[in-house]
Design a protein around this ligand. Structure first.
Ligand SMILES: [Zn+2]
Length: 438
């Protein structure tokens, strides 16, 4: 046994939703090999004292844009249209080097807040993959393809620049480090692309066993606009072009019609709810209860630093619960255990990682987070699940471990040189992105 976390409160998220007090969690070769209330007979190489700590499965952030961290706080008070226009203009100046530095900063933030696996949609999947590979985090990375192909154009998947990049990144990174990195196909959204691209990417994803990421129906107006143009809602339209035959992770979903919710429930699609980013942009939050009732797998996402301000998935859990309860007018409408489930088990399912993470259970990867429950805002603790959702914050995380390797502990990031990442951002990336003239 390599590591033993001793005398910890373990919120397992297993099928019985067991919470074990004074538990022992043993780790060997990156896997959880012992869970119990008695100390194991086998001697561990290292012991971590879990007194006063709560162990949870690593959180899964199912929608973000890691590369945009360099633009945090620049556009916070702009109108939606100004913010989007300025963001696109600045992102245009991004290059591989600045994307990687920003991705490393975002990954450090994820680890700081107990996120062990992340789904990312970006224009620089090769750079984000390199950052994720170095850092030790798990990641599902997709290129945010966005081409609208006119009838007069010849579209060839083999020669299209974005599609070639998807193939190149898939060959290079899909399955890297025993599946720690996965590549997904992806589009930014329905309204800036069309069917030749969707079908090309969907066919390629099916052939290679990839998932598919996109923004979908973020508002009712977006869905109505699609209906006016095509006679179908965005989910119905994409379904006609084979996209939902794949394991899809759809961020947004606030504007889906009830029929589309049912359709995506049948297709086993995952809805990624991003309530903090939605509210920050003055947009409605997806109706979580309806999506769950329709049969969709509902997971949680922060969205990017620009959209949300931070990558704290604890805040997302809390805010998702608050908005769902507020819209139902009933505190019983959304139990805290459901939120914790969305942030762990459902996230792992959305990433096609259901058999490797999302629970603290023997045989699973040791993706373990320790939350320090000694702070005043976490005492007294009569119900640990409620405390995790309604009282805890990302900053309460004391240790984040992926596959048994500590990636964050007490202010230190063993795999990320944060000082050089910040220097690279300040000296190279930010001047490049914020310059006003070409
Ligand atoms: Zn997004």
């Amino acid at each position: 046994m390599d590591t033993l976390i001793a005398n910890v409160t373990a919120v397992t998220m297993n099928e019985r939703m067991d919470v074990l007090f004074g538990a022992y969690l043993g780790i060997t070769d990156g896997k959880i090999t012992y869970m119990g209330k008695e100390a194991p007979k086998e001697q561990p190489a290292t012991i971590i004292d879990g007194t006063g700590m709560v162990a949870i499965p690593g959180l899964v952030n199912c929608h973000t844009h890691l590369c945009t961290a360099a633009l945090r706080t620049v556009l916070d008070d702009a109108s939606r249209r100004d913010a989007l226009e300025q963001q696109l203009r600045r992102e245009d100046r991004m290059d591989r080097r600045s994307a990687k530095a920003a991705a490393l900063l975002s990954i450090a933030e994820c680890l700081r807040f107990g996120i062990t696996s992340v789904s990312d949609l970006s224009y620089y999947p090769d750079a984000t993959a390199e950052a994720a590979a170095e850092s030790g985090i798990k990641a599902n990375l997709a290129l945010s393809a966005y081409r609208y192909i006119h009838d007069s154009e010849d579209f060839d998947f083999e020669t299209d620049e974005q599609c070639r990049e998807v193939c190149r990144v898939t060959e290079k990174w899909h399955g890297h480090d025993d599946n720690r990195l996965r590549i997904d196909a992806g589009i930014y959204a329905e309204y800036i692309s069309n069917y030749p691209l969707w079908e090309g990417l969907a066919d390629y994803a099916r052939e290679k066993g990839l998932g598919f990421q996109l923004h979908l129906a973020q508002t009712k107006e977006e869905a109505q606009d699609c209906m006016d143009r095509t006679g179908l809602g965005p989910a119905e339209l994409l379904d006609c072009h084979r996209v939902f035959d794949l394991p899809v992770t759809a961020a947004g979903c606030a504007g889906l019609s009830p029929e589309e919710q049912q359709l995506l429930g049948k297709r086993k699609a995952s809805a990624v709810v991003t309530p903090v980013a939605n509210a920050k942009a003055g947009l409605p939050v997806a109706p979580i209860t309806e999506l769950v009732k329709a049969g969709m797998n509902v997971a949680l996402g922060t969205d990017g630093c620009v959209e949300a301000g931070n990558l704290d998935l604890f805040e997302v859990m809390r805010f998702a619960a608050l908005t769902a309860r507020q819209s139902a007018g009933d505190p019983a409408a959304m139990p805290s255990s459901a939120l914790l489930m969305m942030a762990t088990v459902c996230g792992a399912r959305a990433q096609q990682r259901w058999d490797e993470c999302g629970m603290l259970k023997e045989g699973m990867d040791a993706d373990v987070v320790l939350v320090d429950f000694s702070a005043p805002h976490l005492m007294p603790c009569h119900n640990v699940t409620n405390a995790l959702v309604f009282s805890a914050k990302g900053g309460d995380v004391a240790m984040t471990m992926v596959r048994g390797k500590i990636l964050y502990q007490n202010g230190r990031f063993p795999t990320i040189d944060l000082n050089s990442v910040v220097a690279e951002l300040m000296e190279y990336a930010i001047p490049r992105l914020l310059q006003e003239k070409e």
